[in-house]
Design a protein around this ligand. Sequence first.
Ligand SMILES: [Zn+2]
Length: 198
Amino acid sequence: MESSASVKKLSEEFQKLPGIGRKTAERLVYALLKDKDQRAAQLARALMDLVEKVTLCSICGGITEADPCEICTSDKRDKTVVCVVEQPLDIALLERTGGHSGLYHVLGGTLSPLDGIGPEILRIEQLLKRVKTATIKEVIVATNPTVDGEATALYLSKVLRPLGVKATRIARGVPVGSDLEYVDEITLVKSIEGRREI
Ligand SMILES: [Zn+2]
């Protein structure tokens, strides 16, 4: 349908992103074309910056441009509490709520035996190492309240307990089966405040 291979290519790339169907992808491409030299060029530069500058923090696994990241190196953060999340995006969500003043640790997913995801694939070993070598007193498990998220929380509580660290789970304010991504900020803050030991 498109008369341009470049238009078709970009539209296909947009459609690989979450929540973008064909119609939206085409609308985005044509919106960029309306002001190609400004808008499209700026987007291209922003994407290149993303590719070239953004990396993962070697300590927490969050996204950063300087390694270790701002949160890991900040002296304003409570270094005795670490919040374990599934993905880097969850850090951004929790930071926006202001409900967590400690550090973070990104697992990179959840345990999922059916998909062949065992503890060795996730950043669990790194977490245990942090707990052993740093002054961490509490690990808040903020994985999503899905079956796999709960199983992961249970697993973490088992491997953390022998290390003498308190493992807590965010409260059920987060609807079962949903991603943190779709939870409003107040609910998220309440779920951290209402965490319980596991
Ligand atoms: Zn970090």
